[in-house]
Write a protein that binds this ligand. Structure first.
Ligand SMILES: NC(=O)c1ccc[n+]([C@@H]2O[C@H](COP(=O)([O-])OP(=O)(O)OC[C@H]3O[C@@H](n4cnc5c(N)ncnc54)[C@H](OP(=O)(O)O)[C@@H]3O)[C@@H](O)[C@H]2O)c1
Length: 279
């Protein structure tokens, strides 16, 4: 496992497991325990995923010491100004933890200032070791946040894959010391991406899978990645992106695939929000 050091000195694993869609208690617990066995140490959940409790059960029963596990969760906008402290404490209780390693605002809507102040409160109380945001796609949104933040965001978790790279945003974030974290890093394994001829050709040359090439491109781009998988073979295979090195030419080819294409579900609340903030 490789780690990135956040702007507060905390080390975060560069690859972890995304828990979206794991809504069955037993399956979620078993998937998290399998991930720990395979060497995963980063879990990405959110209050909106409704599975913090099941992840918490796995964390409590795992053979891995708590201090080796990095847990991210997110506060939804509806809770930014409705007694948000209570909701952070509820997450901690569900996760069976005394502190969250990374606590994010899930979306840039609602009373962002109130929500971010709550994250800062959680940080000061030792309830969150790092804080940040998610789905902030415009540099202007980050600038507005930085203008009032007392604690700079450590991470911005965004939809990011070879077809949607956010190159300007990522360059700005790097300048500001904000680490880009890629959600939907594999474009949900869509054939149009994993069977892209450029990616397949790079994979063929390195004798790797297109998915390992995509994950390696993320790693070499300085992204944190949290692919979702329920399959231990896929978990293991995904970790093998760490023993692959893409050349400068491979990276140039991968970077050239960016077409600003979002795979968020049409008609979903997140897609509508994304369209609204980009217009
Ligand atoms: N901040 C936000 O608003 C937000 C929104 C959405 C998601 N997220 C986070 O991002 C995480 C990842 O996103 P995602 O799950 O939507 O998309 P993703 O990681 O791009 O794709 C997940 C899909 O890829 C497949 N897969 C993974 N590894 C594979 C492999 N080695 N070979 C073949 N298939 C493989 C999985 O199937 P198998 O189970 O069969 O392996 C699953 O269907 C989520 O779990 C969540 O934590 C955050």
């Amino acid at each position: 496992m490789e780690y990135l050091t956040l702007n507060n000195g905390i080390r975060m694993p560069q690859l972890g497991l995304g828990l979206r869609g794991l809504n069955d208690p037993d399956i979620c617990e078993q998937v998290v325990l399998a991930a720990f066995r395979e060497g995963y140490r980063l879990l990405d959940t959110a209050q909106l995923f409704h599975n913090e409790r099941y992840a918490g059960k796995a964390i409590a029963s795992a053979a891995v010491p708590r201090e080796e596990i990095f847990i991210t969760t997110k506060l939804p906008p509806a809770r930014y100004d409705h007694d948000p402290r209570k909701h952070i404490e509820a997450s901690l209780k569900r996760l069976k933890c005394e502190s969250i390693d990374l606590l994010l605002l899930n979306y840039p809507v609602g009373d962002i200032k109130s929500g971010y102040r709550t994250l800062e409160w959680a940080f000061e109380q030792g309830l969150a070791r790092s804080i940040g945001v998610s789905n902030f796609y415009l540099i202007s949104q980050l600038r507005a946040l930085e203008a009032f933040a007392n604690i700079p965001p450590a991470v911005n978790q965004i939809e990011c894959h070879p077809f949607q790279q956010h190159q300007k945003l990522s360059a700005y974030m790097k300048e500001q010391g904000i680490v880009p974290e890629a959600w939907m890093p594999l474009a949900r394994e869509r054939h149009i991406v994993v069977e892209n001829p450029v990616i397949m050709e790079i994979a063929r040359r390195h004798r790797r899978t297109p998915i390992q090439v995509i994950l390696r491109w993320h790693i070499q781009s300085g992204h944190i990645v949290i692919p979702g998988t329920r399959n231990p073979d896929h978990m293991r295979s995904n970790l093998h992106c760490f023993d692959l090195v893409l050349s400068d030419e491979d990276m140039r080819l991968m970077n050239s695939l960016d077409m600003g294409h979002s795979f968020m579900a049409r008609g979903s609340a997140l897609r509508r929000l994304f369209q609204r903030i980009r217009t």
